[in-house]
Design a protein around this ligand. Structure first.
Ligand code: NAD
Ligand code: UDP
Length: 312
């Protein structure tokens, strides 16, 4: 095995911390870069004793110099509450972060993977979403700072590849959950579990008929590793998600059942531009990466509930 030196931006976040852990377990050297906007030291504190792990406080909107073999670019707040908190900063993080990391990849000839998102499809008119669908995004809506930032980042990646031969990989991640999500993150899985465990009302936005397809974090990390290792000609974008589609009401009922909670469901206003449905078509990932998710929602929720139970 060749020990690679790998940079993970956003490495102290929810997904990033699992990716750092997996890369170290696979025998690689990991540099974790984060500005701790939504990430936490607690997520990676257990890795600090490993001599092959290095932690750097840095903001990706500023240039960064290092020598590595591979870059996973994850730095960007992912929860609507957090990415809307400072919309300008969110779009800067996606766009300037992509420019800085692509410039770095170009200089040091590193392979670079972009954590893009199903949000590039917006409120989709094609269902399930295939990679060839261009999406349905409101460019001036509440979600635009995130959606358009990620779309522009994809454009930058593709053009650095075409113009400068940078070796790129783009994955479009669908809703992912698991241990180390921030309890106040505002995303639906963490909100419902925390509310159920604390006996608070479960807050469904709208009537709960909107759908999402939830992927357990270990499945995502496996997809990321496989994408990075795939043949150079395969740049993506490729959907990485679990096609199991559930309404938000079904999710609430499942969380209540699995936690044995006495919480009641209440309804709150649906945020603007909230996508009505979302489900990945994963045929491309199956064909190119031999990848498909392994962990059904109920099994992943049990593990995630165990985590939140231990920290709150
Ligand atoms: P997260 O908020 O837990 O992690 C993001 C990390 O990036 C945090 O540690 C944060 O501090 C860091 N960060 C933010 N701005 C930064 C900046 N300017 N400079 C340096 N670091 C910065 O979110 P996550 O769920 O772990 O998401 C990781 C990546 O995956 C994001 O790029 C996100 O857009 C993408 N993604 C996640 C999901 C999901 O469901 N979790 C879905 C689609 C895409
Ligand atoms: N949602 C909800 N209650 C909550 C948090 C979210 O009903 O407490 C809904 C939200 O309106 C959306 C879905 O759950 O329809 C998923 O929201 P999340 O923020 O997790 O992700 P995204 O909308 O970006 O897919």
């Amino acid at each position: 095995m060749i020990r690679k030196k790998v940079l993970v931006t956003g490495g102290a976040g929810f997904v990033g911390s699992h990716l750092c852990e997996r890369l170290l377990n696979d025998g690689h050297e990991v540099v974790c870069l984060d500005n701790y906007f939504t990430g936490q030291k607690r997520n990676i504190v257990h890795l600090l004793d490993n001599p092959y792990f290095e932690l750097i406080r840095h903001d990706v909107t500023m240039p960064f110099f290092i020598e590595v073999d591979e870059i996973y670019n994850l730095a960007c707040p992912a929860s609507p509450v957090h990415y809307q908190y400072n919309a300008i900063k969110t779009i800067k993080t996606s766009v300037m972060g992509a420019i800085n990391m692509l410039g770095l990849a170009k200089r040091i000839r590193a392979k670079i993977l972009q954590a893009s998102t199903s949000e590039v499809y917006g409120d989709p008119l094609v269902h399930p979403q295939v990679e060839t669908y261009w999406g349905h995004v409101n460019p001036i809506g509440e979600r635009a700072c995130y959606d358009e930032g990620k779309r522009a980042a994809e454009t930058l990646f593709v053009n650095y590849h075409k113009q400068n031969n940078v070796r790129i990989k783009i994955i479009r991640i669908f809703n992912t959950y698991g241990p180390r999500m921030h309890p106040n993150d505002g995303r639906v899985v963490s909100n419902f579990i925390v509310q159920a465990l604390q006996g608070q009302d479960i807050t469904i936005y709208g009537d709960g008929s909107q759908t999402r397809s939830f992927q357990y974090v270990d499945d995502l990390v496996e997809g990321m590793i496989r994408m990075m290792a795939s043949g150079e000609e395969f740049t993506g974008p490729v959907n990485i998600g679990n096609p199991g589609e559930f309404t938000i009401l079904q999710l609430a009922e499942m969380v209540i059942r699995l936690t044995n909670s006495k919480s009641k469901i209440i309804h709150m206003p649906l945020p603007s531009d909230d996508p009505m449905q979302r489900q990945p078509n994963i045929e491309l990932a199956k064909k190119e990466l031999g990848w498909s998710p392994k962990i059904p929602l109920e099994e992943g929720l049990v593990k995630t509930i165990g985590y939140f139970d231990s920290i709150i």
